[in-house]
Design a protein around this ligand. Sequence first.
Ligand SMILES: [Fe+2]
Length: 209
Amino acid sequence: MSPTSPLTLSPRSPSARQVSLAPAPDPAAHGRISTGARSGGRPTLGIDVLIDIVGGLARAEELWRPHVHHDHLSRTSVRLVATAAYEVWLLGWAPGQGVDLHDHGGANAAFVVLQGELEELTLGFAGITTQRLRAGDVGTVASGAIHDVVNAGSADATSIHVYSDPLRTMTFYEPDGTPRYTEIVEEVPALVSSADQARALHPSVDARR
Ligand SMILES: [Fe+2]
């Protein structure tokens, strides 16, 4: 995708999700916010709400484009937005970089590929299944799911990931599902200023202005 071309969001594989370019509906109207998954009274956002958020952020290119960075020594990560209900990370993947099989410590997640191509490997009862995600494709990771993401292509890839609750732990697994270790995710300041956070909460609306 060139810096000036719009991101076309479309499904590229049978299990990929599509993000509509139409104005995002009011999340409250979805009735998809599950409550009770988090202590303290704040709701964990459902997968469909997270899809709306990553779609809006993908279109709000001015939020993420200045922070795109790739390092052929290690995968890059920038915490773009932090709220009480969700957080957003911008990831840069050089060819060959991946994560290893992991969960999200109970968080729901969705991610969108902005540039390049990624493979998502999901561990299920039948073993590992793989789907290829190209620019505009959205992957979803329900709470409890175990997956890996890898740049198996020959070009750099960039993606935005949203987590609700904000990601605090990741447990890594062997290919047979045996837990290996749990990593505490360090809480770092988000780059998006507090003034921009209101816009980040409704990115698809503001992206049309
Ligand atoms: Fe993940």
